[in-house]
Structures are given as C-alpha cells and as structure tokens.
Design a protein around this ligand. Structure first.
Ligand code: ZN
Length: 341
C-alpha cells in the first residue's frame, strides 16, 4: 500500500506542514504563520486544523488507498522525549513545560513524534539533502545559536536521555566568551549569527574597525551577520577576520568530531551558513591542523591517498529551511520514538 507521513515545522515565526511520500516526494504543503502572541492554544488549533485538512486532502487525492504512517513535529527548544513535553523554548514564550505531543495527539487522535528542530533538519539533509549518499553524518545549524544533529546508520542518534546533538556547546576555547549554558568558549559563541555580530561589535569598540564602526553607529541600518558578511566579501579586513574566527571555531569543533566519531559527512546549514565563502577557508585550514585523520584523507589532490581512503566531506546544506519539514516526516515514517532506539 502506498504510504506517506506528515512533517510539521513549528517555529517561532513559521508554521509549515507537509505531506511526503516514502521516496521523499512532496505531496502537499501548507505554510502558515505562527501566531505566538495569540497563545499556544491558538497555535495548536491552527496546526491541528491544517493537519486534518491535509489528511483529508490525501484521502480524497488517493481515494483512500494511501496510508498515513505518522506525524512528526519539529520544534525549537529543549524537549523531554519520553513525555513529549517541551521543557523550554526561547522562540515559543509561554510554552515551557507544555505537553505539546499529548495536546496534538488528543486533538488529532493519531500518534505524534515530537523532536528538536535541529535534529529533524539533520535527518532531512541525510535523507534528501547534502548527506543523501551517506548513512551517517553530523549537521551543524548556524542560526541565532548553533544547533546540531547526529545521524548514525540512517537514524537520529538521541543519546541516552535524548539530549545528544548539542554540538553548539562543544568547547572550542576553554577560557572563551561566557555561554548561556553555563560554560565558556562554546562553539555557539564563535559560529552563530549572534556571535558574528558580537565579534564585530567588539572590534568596533576596540577601535580596530573603521568602516564597520560607521555602520554600527548608524541606527537606520541593521547591523547583522549578513551585512558583516557583505563587508567581508568587499575586502574589509575586520569583517574578514570575524569570519576567519567563525571558520577556525568550526574547524576545531569538526576536527574533534572527525577524531572521535569519523563521520563521513559534515553538513553546515542555518542562516549564517550563507557566509560559507567567508569562513570556509579558515575552517578547512584549521580542520587539517586539528585532525590528522581528516588531513590524511585529504592529502595530495584531495581524492585520498592512492585511492585507499575516502575523503571526509564537509559541505553546505542543500534543503535550506525545508530540511526540518522533510526530516520531521522522515522521523514519523521511521516510527523512531524512544531515545537511542
Ligand atoms: Zn554553551
């Protein structure tokens, strides 16, 4: 029997729902805004109404011959996988300790799998994106913070209590900038969009940034990572050095992961990954210094030593904002509900 799954991307701004078949083909998609201000009841109402409409659409379209395999929901924030509660989410204020899974299941009468948005994005990239030819991969999502996901043998690796993949809090500088997680010098403090802006502002305060300081002082213009990237690509030395720090931090972090797990593929996504051209040279340089395993596989012309070894691939994500939608559907299709299973 033909089957499909529904993926939901429940973000702080966007609420998107997609029906996807087993081969990854998009059957239907609905994009709504997340009316966070109207409260969680309202948002859950919107979500359930649209999901019901989609299952009815599928039933009509395939005249009852399509089987719904499940519904996967990706949300930003910390989730208790066992209970399906959203422990906390900076993007969904007022949702702390809310039983999102139970609430949706109660209204739809169907089993729902709730998962962290960065984890489902990783699963989506492994299924249909940059990692589609690899069974295992690691993804870094560079946004306001740095999220991530680990896929082992085609399945999301959640760790023993569902907290695996918090690779934005891997340490790159022991005495570095304080992080909200309580540590210092986490990758997130050097490779997120927030970190790019902070490092540029630090350069402005120190007097090192001349062109950037004009921009930072102009209240009419946004001083964000995209603008700083444009400065770097125009040759501004300070903006270039900011992205070099991003690349070095990523190279350090990925080098440790190559040495520990030896993933064949590393995918870098999220909004700040658009600055790839500015940070990638430093990333690869640092990665070669920090991981002899990586350096060994990229020796000579990059094709591996005499064909004995395959090259570790570090590349950009391909699905953009769609990765989470596809990954949520994939998770529901796999029926992967408990940590480590
Ligand atoms: Zn941290």
């Amino acid at each position: 029997m033909f089957s499909y799954a529904i993926g939901v991307d429940l973000g702080g701004t966007n609420l998107r729902i997609a029906a996807v078949d087993e081969g990854g083909k998009l059957l239907s998609k609905i994009a709504l805004g997340t009316n966070v201000k109207l409260g969680r009841e309202h948002v859950i109402d919107d979500l359930c109404r649209a999901t019901k409409a989609m299952t009815e659409e599928m039933r009509d379209k395939f005249q009852g011959t399509a089987e719904l395999r499940g519904i996967g929901v990706g949300v930003p924030g910390l989730i208790d996988i066992e209970s399906g509660r959203l422990v906390e989410s900076p993007n969904l204020p007022g949702w702390s300790d809310f039983d999102v899974k139970g609430e949706i299941e109660g209204r739809l009468g169907t089993a729902v799998i709730l998962e962290n948005d960065a984890n489902v994005a990783a699963l989506g990239e492994q299924w249909l994106g940059a990692g589609r030819n690899a069974e295992s991969m690691c993804m870094y999502t560079l946004g306001t913070g740095v999220g991530g996901g680990l896929i082992l043998d085609g399945k999301l690796w959640r760790g023993w209590n569902g907290m695996a993949g918090e690779i934005g809090h891997c340490n790159v500088y022991p005495d570095g900038h304080p992080c909200k997680c309580g540590s210092r010098g986490c990758l997130e403090q050097y490779a997120s969009a927030t970190a790019v802006v902070r490092m540029a502002r630090e350069a402005v305060v120190s007097g090192a940034a001349t062109e950037l300081s004009k921009l930072a002082g102009n209240s009419d213009q946004e001083f964000d990572s995209r603008v700083i990237y444009e400065f770097a690509m125009k040759g501004d030395q300070v903006a270039k050095s900011v992205f070099e720090r991003v690349g070095r931090a990523l190279g350090l972090a990925i080098g440790n992961m190559v040495n520990a797990i030896n993933f064949p593929v590393f995918v870098i996504g999220g909004g700040a990954s658009n600055a790839w051209d500015a940070f990638a040279p430093a990333l690869f340089d640092e990665l070669r210094r920090r991981s002899y395993i990586y350096a060994d596989t990229t020796a000579e012309d990059g094709t591996g030593i005499a064909g004995r070894k395959r090259t570790t691939v570090v590349t950009r994500a391909l699905l953009g904002g769609e990765g989470g939608l596809y990954g949520a559907a994939r998770l529901a299709m796999q029926g992967q509900t408990a940590p480590g299973k």
